[in-house]
Design a protein around this ligand. Structure first.
Ligand SMILES: [Zn+2]
Ligand SMILES: [Zn+2]
Length: 371
């Protein structure tokens, strides 16, 4: 911190270079949402505000809600007059660490955090909102707008949306410009995000969401009678959703048998249009996977173990996610047996791709070009 900033801090907010119109941080608001609202309040763009605050740092090209160095946090606190702790609480770091536990993470991609898919300042996704909440109160993005297990608005029980209902653009509030004064409009077509049909959210997806929130807060969660640490519970859920993704794309007789043992019809599984991981899927596709995951979790460890033993599902369909494998999942994976040897590669024969594979490529391309 330089001398000028120290003087600013001693003098107190909002004197000396502070933001005179900095809005208060709203309940559970993420940092990026508050920064955009602060910029629009001062009739400037979010890029101009952060460029002045942190010169030389391309803040909006990275994930703006994950973490902030102490130096940058201190500078932001001085300018805005908001305490460092209150600003720290807007970040997702605690959520990421809670869910991940001791596991090392891969940079740029965090389990259970929606992936922004950034290219420069443009994004392919990563944020979600409830149209009813946007219509009824100050529109802003809460922490759960970035969490992949959230698919239903707790207040309205409606499915969240991750795109503009008018032009299908992904949500990029940081690209809003004055005269926009709040976050209610789409950055691209300028129409109201609140003007959208509200679809009812699946009940089981909401049960999963509410339970996962509790696991995160309490530091542990029950699976049947077994108590799992937060990171173990999320790992188990991720392991199951990974299987559901494989089963949706390859509904083999073994996968059908496994799900039938747990009282689930494989017909309920709709393959993700893009085939992408959970953190990149739209809310309705995540809600569908998490609803079925909730049913499997409800079945408990004994029924899951019996289903694993009797169905003969190949281990490749239960690929372990990245991270430390909890004992419970490790034991279940041992029941699956050793992965089978791969057949020797055959000479390449050029054949047309299947229609489903072309469709997947098309949806991935759409996600990229709609940025
Ligand atoms: Zn709502
Ligand atoms: Zn739009």
């Amino acid at each position: 911190m330089d001398q000028a900033e120290q003087a600013e801090r001693k003098s107190g907010y909002p004197i000396l270079g502070g933001w005179p119109l900095a809005p208060p941080i709203l309940e559970e608001e993420v940092l990026s949402s508050w920064l955009v609202r602060a910029a629009l309040r001062h009739s400037c763009t979010a890029l101009a505000l952060t460029g002045d605050l942190w010169p030389g740092w391309r803040y909006w090209c990275s994930d703006p809600d994950v973490s902030l160095s102490e130096e940058r946090l201190s500078r932001l606190s001085v300018r805005s007059g908001i305490s460092e702790q209150e600003l720290r609480d807007t970040l997702l770091r605690l959520f990421i660490d809670g869910v991940r536990g001791e596991s090392p993470g891969s940079p740029g991609c965090y389990p259970w955090i929606l992936c922004l898919g950034s290219r420069n300042r443009r994004r392919a996704g990563g944020l979600q909102y409830c149209p009813n909440c946007f219509a009824e109160e100050t529109p802003y993005y809460r922490r759960h707008s970035r969490l992949s297990w959230h698919t239903v608005c707790a207040r309205h029980q409606t499915l969240l949306r991750d795109r503009c209902p008018h032009c299908e653009a992904p949500l990029c509030p940081h690209l809003l410009e004055p005269p926009a004064s709040n976050l209610v409009r789409c950055h691209r077509c300028r129409r109201m995000l609140s003007e959208a049909d509200a679809l009812k959210g699946p009940r089981d997806a909401y049960c999963f969401q509410a339970f996962a929130d509790r696991v995160l807060v309490e530091g542990h969660g029950l699976f049947g009678g077994q108590q799992l640490k937060t990171s173990e519970w999320f790992y188990l859920a991720r392991w199951i959703t990974g299987f559901l993704r494989s089963a949706a794309m390859h509904p083999t007789s073994h996968a059908q048998h496994f799900l039938r043992e747990l009282g689930i019809d494989i017909g309920w599984l709709i393959p993700p249009a893009s085939g992408l991981p959970l953190e990149m899927l739209p809310p309705y596709e995540r809600a569908q996977q998490l609803s079925i995951c909730w049913r499997i979790l409800q079945a408990g460890p004994n029924r899951l173990e019996n289903a694993v033993m009797s169905a003969g599902v190949p281990p490749s369909m239960f690929a372990p996610p990245q991270g430390c494998v909890p004992t419970l999942v490790d034991d279940l994976m041992k029941l699956l047996g050793e992965p089978r040897c791969r057949a020797l590669p055959r000479p390449a024969i050029v054949v047309p791709r299947s229609p489903s594979s072309v469709l997947k490529m098309w949806h991935r391309l759409l996600r990229k070009i709609q940025r």
